[in-house]
Structure formats: structure tokens, C-alpha cells
Design a protein around this ligand. Sequence first.
Ligand code: IVH
Length: 702
Amino acid sequence: MTDTANIKKNQDSTREWLTAKVDKNIEQKIKEDIEGLRNVLRFHEQRYYVQNNPLISDFEYDSLYKLLEKYENEHPSVITKDSPTQRVGAGLIKDFPKRQHLVPMLSLENSYNADDLYDWDRKVRELSGLNEIEYCAEPKFDGASISLMYENDILEQGTTRGDGETGDDITPNIRQIKSVPLSAEFSKYGIQQIEIRGEVLLNKNNFKKYNDKLMEEGLPPLANPRNAAAGSLRIKDTKVVSSRNLEAFLYHVSYINTATNKGMEPVPATHSGMLEMLWQLGFRSPKNEMKIIKGIEGVIQYIHEFEKQRDGLPYEIDGMVIKVNSLELQDRLGMTSHHPRWAIAYKFKARQATSKLLAVEFQVGRTGAVTPVAKIEPALVGGVTVSSISIHNEEYIKEKDLKLNDTILIERSGDVIPQIVKSMPELRNGTETSIHFPKRCPVCHDELYKPEEEAVWRCININCEAQVVERMIHFVSKDAMDIRSFGEANVRKFYALGFIKDIPSIYKLDFDKLKTLEGFGSKSIENLILAIEASKSQPLHRLIYGLGIRYVGETTAKALAQSVQNIFEFINFTEEQLMQLEDVGVKVAKSIFEFFQNKDNVEMLKRLEEIGLSMQAPLLAAGQTGNLQGQSFLFTGTLVKLKRSEAEEKVEIQGGKILGSVSSKLNYLVVGSDAGSKLEKAKKIATIKIITEEEFLKMLPT
Ligand code: IVH
């Protein structure tokens, strides 16, 4: 530090100590300083979790958080209930006591088409005596509803909807949701007590990650993010709740008690004003998603516009909610015994459908797991015809109470594979029969085996034809070695003809023999040769994933690839060492350990190395951070030099993130030819850098 800078710094703090603080006792000064730091953290939490627009890096936030933790540890007497460090409670929750809502939590009347809305609007106009109504239209969030109560600016209670009159007190879990402020300055408006309603949800990205993890562990995935959110709120370990990364939108103020409002900010008189107030106080309200519209015509138009964006949103919505904007008019309209007259829900096309469970087939996977697959009466769900659905395992069949010939409710939520939500026992007519699990492998007929602690029956004959074929299908698949034009059908065909027998034999395929097959012209053979050749230099994590080691999904494969220089190093890893790696628990470590201790597997890897496959780690060595660390990317349009998947992989290898949609969280939009709406949207957000493929390539290490 230069002399002048040093003098200035000391002068500043001298003045600070001399002026306001000199007569205060030291405790008071510390208290104020710590509260100042808390406010800084609260500000950044809000920028990150509510506005999706952070101003500092995660690392910087963590350093400030640690500093606060340190100060609070040194001065425990100044810790406050609403400190950012006090979200995670101590220990396990014993139970969730029942609490009465200040105002009942009613549901909304539903509408499904424009006519329903015209009818509703007519009623509202008749009852109010007005010609035209000012409405507010906003998304209908598909999550679990909650009610929050703040008293004297502090979050005192968070409850589930329950039966509408009373709900469960889940306050410790609500405190884990980072977009819910632990305190908010309602006193600025003279508000002493306020009850706010909203929806807790799990965004699509976090839901997918959560389901991937369940499936990697051999557990059935959840049908939709709504169930995942509702389930997460009932977990009794706040640390687990915190790890789910729940989010909350607050969209309704149900009760306000003002002490005095003289000389204070006026409490808003409209619904949109309330959303604005909540936003200003640090809540995530749908302020940016809602629109104020005069007349129902415009509302209908906005609903259609919004529905088009549905798939591109980071969270699930199942419709829109239309509300009368004036709170005074809301009051006058009042409610029926079921729902308010001043609001209506407009439901989008359902992604659920009913069907019949006709038969169950048992499929043997690459790890020998025998999975029951339900053949169902074809049903149209969210635009796709579904005729078979995995029903995972015996336990799942019991839990969902599934029987042959049952009527079932199925759901296809976003890009999640279709799931059975439930059976409908009330519709049974006596023709339903139980589903029996086979005792022997349906392919090799060996006896099946099920360890007590597991849910899955397994064929343990590793030479079982089904497993051998499934291992090869997995190896060539898009997310693994991505051998284009090979695919499931060719693996089955070539295996049946004796052209391939295991993974290494894929690389020894006799192309002359292929020429004799129908449908294999010189062009398609040429493509196949190129694809097989190209796969030899796939990055290590794809090879690891492609090996089909039990419990090793893409995320774990990436973590494994980053921890070695060469795949053969894993032979010397102990289970304990494996458990040090990110995402690797006891079960996963055991499975990886066993894979690399098996001589046949090591032998196979050696053969693949001889054939010329890359066994080396990617660009980064263990512990190093990449060029793109902390940066987020999205690709749009057609790229010339790289395939989309390759470009995304390069970002991830360099420590960057791929985002699913354009938002203020995005750092770079890489634009290829024929870019569409993403580019238009990104242009409106000043912080997003819009770059070409060439510019992107320059950001990568050479
Ligand atoms: S307003 C008294 N606004 O939909 C009216 N509800 O089917 C309070 N929901 O129980 C509700 N998004 O859980 C409102 N923007 C939104 C909503 C919303 C989702 C849920 C809410 C409600 C259910 C009614």
C-alpha cells in the first residue's frame, strides 16, 4: 500500500471511531458492525435468490458468510434470529404442530377455455356494476402452497395449506428456502402483522438433478417437481431440506394488521401494488411475470402468449391466475364457501392422463436389474403418446397399489420420463389381478437374487445375454460414447448375427460382412466407420459413464474423470479414497471399487487402450479450476465447428455451467446461424454478453 493510501485508510477509520461511535460502548459498536455485515449478506442473498442477478461471485459470498460466522462465534450474545447464519436449525425436527391460518386458505375456481373466462368476467362486471375491470394476470405456480406470518418484521411462522383451516407448522423448513427473507421491513408501512401466501417449488433443473441421483442409486424417481417440493417440506432434517434448493414465489397477502400508518409509506390498494411491495421488501413475488390488463380480452391474449413460454420457464406452471386488481373491489366481491369471486385459475393443457394397465413385462438391464415395465393402453400426455412406463421395482408396485387391469393416472412432467402418479382402486370391478414377479431371469433363466437391503431383483449371471447386449447399447449411446448410427437396433442385430460379442468387439467390426446385409450401403457403412473412429477420442468421463458401472451416472463419471490423469489409476484407489470424491457415497464407492478390482474389467480396458481409445484425463488436472469457472453459457442457433453437445462439454470441462434458458443469470449467449427468440430475449438483458462461435472458441485453452 502506498503511503498516501495508507494514511487515507487510517484517517477514515479514525474519523469513524471519533465521530459517531466514540461514546458508544464497544459491544454496541460490534453489534452495529455485525448487523451491517448481515445486511450486506441479506442484500446479496436477495440479488442471487430472488432477482437471479448476483453482484458478487459465490466465492466472495462464502467469504463474507464465513466472516459473519466467525464474528458471531466470537460474540454469541449479538446473534439474532434473522441472521443469515441462522437458517439451518440445530438437530432434527420432532413434529410439525398444527396451526390455524389467520384467514382460511381457499382454492380457486378453475377455467379451461376463453368462454369460461368471458362468463366469469361477465359475473364480475355484474356484481361490481362496472363496464370494464382492471385485472392482473400471473402464472399459476405448480408447487406446494404455503402461508407465512411475519410479526414486527420477523418471520414467525410458516405453514402448509393442510385442510385450508389449519396447516402444519413447518417453520424450520421454510427457513431453509433462501428466497424467503427471515426478516423484512414491513414496519415501514406501519404493518405489525402480515400473512402472505405463496408456492414452494423445485425448479426443473434441480428436480432433474434430484431424480438423476435417485435413479443412479437404483431408486424410483418422483413423478413431478410438485411432489418433490411437497415431500421436501415434510422432511425432518433441515440440512436435507436445505440441500434440495427449494424456491418460493409469494403471490397473495391474506391478512394485514397496521398499528398506525401516519407519515409512513401507504399500504398498496391494488394486488399489483402488493406484489411490488413484497418485491421491494426482498420477497420473490411474480412482479415481473404479472401483467395489469384492462378487460378480459387482453387477459386471454396474455394467457396465450404466456403459454407459449411454458416449456422455456425454469419452473413448472400449470396455468395462469387472473385476479381483480383493486383490493377494495376484491373485498366487495368477497367469496363463496369454496373460493374467492375476485380470482380464477386458467388451467393449461393437462400433462396427466388416465389409462389402463394391461400387462407387465420384465426387462433385464445392463447391471442385471430386472425392471418391470407396464404396458398401458396408449394415452396422449402433453402431446406425446405413451404406451409403456417403467414401474421400477416390487416395492413401488406395492406402494402404488398397482394391479393388472387397473385404471391409472399417468403424468409426463416437462422433459421427465412418464410416471404413474397413482392407481385408482375405487374404479376396480373385480377383473384386476396381482402382478407377480418372476423367480428366474426372463432371458437366461438363472435364479434371481435380491440382497435384503435392496429393492431390486437381479440376475447375477454377468454373461446373461440381456446384460451383455444392454452393456453395449449403453456404451454406444448418446450420453456415453455417442457412436452415431450404431444405436440399439444395430447392437441387437450385430449381436444376433455374431458380429459383436462384447464392448471391445465393437471396434473390430468386420465391415465387409456388413456389406452383405440389407440396408447397409457404402454411405451408411462409411458413416459407421467414422463414428466408431471418432469415439476413440471421447473425453474420459464419457468412457467411464459408458462402462456402465452400477450407480455411476453422468455426474459421478465427471467427478471421477476429474480426479485422475489416467483411468488405470482407479485400480489403486481404496473405497475410502473413492469416498473423498464429490457425489460418491458408500454404495457408489463400493461399486466402483469392485469394478476396478475385477480382472476381466481391467483386461477389457487394456484391450480398449490397445485399440486406441483415450484413457487420459481431460484438460484439467485434479483440483485445478477451469478457464470458465463460475461463468454460465447458453448456445443458440446452429454451430459450424462444434456439435452443440461438444460445445457444452467444453464449457463443463472448463468449470463453466450450461443454463437452460435466457435469464439475468446468464453470462454468455453463444450465437450460431438462424438464432431465434433466445437471441432477442438476451439482447434485452444488458449484462449478457452475446458472442459468436469463433469468439467462444477463443475463450478455450489451446
Ligand atoms: S392466489 C385466495 N395465485 O393454486 C386466493 N394461487 O388452485 C389465493 N397457486 O391454492 C391463491 N399460483 O396454491 C394464487 N399466482 C397464484 C398461484 C396460486 C399457484 C395455487 C395456490 C392455490 C391453488 C388454487
